[in-house]
Design a protein around this ligand. Structure first.
Ligand SMILES: O=P(O)(O)OC[C@@H](O)[C@@H](O)c1c[nH]c2ccccc12
Length: 400
């Protein structure tokens, strides 16, 4: 068996005390395997490399099958660990999937604890991601990428999402509005009981929204891809953002088949390379990518990624649900704001915006667009909700 097994030393053992050693290491799916233990980082992480494949004994068919399934499981586990390790090196704490196998391993005098131990998510975002990861692999199995091809060819043409935001900003002198069709959220519960996504989207368009965001996650937001498709099919002209937790490029293609013109990429869950790669796919498909950040570290990462044109600053911490619109201002101050202006990136202020004062505040901070859900989706008449949010009717305003 080859590959890396990651283990963490308990505090009882110090680095200096661990030379390169040959050990039999407990593996999550194998009782034990021969391993060389090496220190690979300055932290507490050790890399443990199996030194030799175990010689296969003569096996019957069933044993061979079991062995093959084991090897596959081990590979999946290893890839997951590597993904998590790359993510962790970029400050991403959200893990892709729960850890499997027993968390503690004993090797000779050492006690090893697997990284990312535990099978319970440490916050709501992680819970959503674990659920999504499973959901996507099942969907993908049922409709692999090649099977989406025909639907992709038949999808309605893309609309210019960023162009619509810029045009709205120029037309009104106010941030372009991305109005969100959202029935519920884990932090706020049900926002609207009599929820007709198409009626709401039409109301938004009438009220002067530049673009529309449609939640497609079922379990946590009570959204759906049917909603997205229905809005696109109902004659709404605004470009559409598919508001989803994207982990796999397959989801981008799928969103496109349902009529999306833009997708969301959350920096708290996606490593830089994924963001770069997915941004490229969007470009290829004629879509826009809204890359969402919540703190300085994520903003700095995203500013270093080539091809990012649209950044959303989420005022809501998706791990704790705390909302602070001061976050938008904080992330646009000083050098960061300067770099954003130089790169011509459009910034979207997201979440927790309710009043004309709030809009004014984030506009002064430097945003050219806003993403608003709760305050307008709750209104009986969403168009009037928009007028209330901006303090004036923005549906016909044209700057002269
Ligand atoms: O309803 P609000 O507070 O106006 O927020 C809208 C939008 O910003 C929020 O729904 C959101 C921002 N980023 C997300 C990521 C996933 C799900 C939802 C979101």
């Amino acid at each position: 068996m080859e590959g890396l097994v990651y283990a963490r030393m308990t505090p009882r053992v110090s680095f200096q005390a661990v030379p390169s050693l040959n050990y039999r290491l407990c593996h999550p799916f194998k009782r034990s395997i021969p391993a060389t233990v090496m220190v690979v980082g300055r932290g507490r992480t050790l890399s443990v490399r199996p030194i030799r494949a175990q010689q296969p004994e003569t096996k019957d068919g069933a044993a061979e099958k079991e062995e093959a399934a084991d090897v596959l499981k081990v590979k999946e586990w290893e890839v997951g660990m590597l993904q998590d390790e790359v993510a962790a090196s970029q400050g991403i704490s959200i893990r892709r999937r729960p850890q499997t196998g027993s968390p503690v391993h004993y090797v000779g005098p050492f006690e090893f604890r697997l990284q990312n131990e535990g099978n319970t998510p440490s916050n709501i975002l992680e819970e959503i991601i674990w659920h999504k990861d499973k959901e996507v692999s099942e969907l993908k199995e049922r409709r692999p990428l090649y099977a989406l091809k025909k639907a992709l060819d038949d999808a309605p043409p893309t609309r210019d999402f960023i162009g619509a935001l810029k045009a709205a900003h120029q037309r009104t002198g106010l941030p372009g509005l991305i109005a969100e069709v959202k029935k519920a959220s884990p932090s706020r519960g049900i926002l609207r009981e009599n929820f007709d996504p198409v009626e709401i989207a039409k109301g938004y368009e009438k009220g002067g929204a530049a673009c529309i965001s449609v939640l497609t996650d079922k379990k946590y937001f009570q959204g759906s891809f049917e909603n997205l498709e229905a809005i696109r099919g109902a004659g709404v002209k605004c470009p559409l953002l598919c508001k989803e937790f994207i982990l796999d490029a397959w989801q981008i293609y799928y969103a496109r088949t349902k009529g999306a013109d833009a997708i969301l990429l959350i920096a708290a869950v996606l490593p830089n390379l994924d963001i770069r790669y997915m941004t490229k796919i969007c470009m290829m498909l004629g879509m826009a990518a809204l890359v969402e950040v919540h703190d300085e570290r994520e903003m700095d990462r995203v500013l270093g990624i080539e091809g990012v044109e649209l950044i959303g600053i989420n005022n809501r911490n998706l791990e704790t649900f705390e909302v602070d619109i001061g976050n938008t201002k904080k992330l646009l101050e000083g050098d960061r704001g300067q770099r954003i202006r130089e790169k011509g990136i459009i910034v979207v202020g997201e979440s927790g915006l309710f009043t004309p004062d709030d809009i004014n505040y984030v506009q002064e901070a430097g945003v050219k667009a806003v993403l608003v859900g709760e305050s307008i989706v709750k209104q009986d008449d969403p168009a009037k909700g928009i007028t209330g949010l901006f303090g004036r009717d923005i549906s016909f305003v044209t700057l002269t």
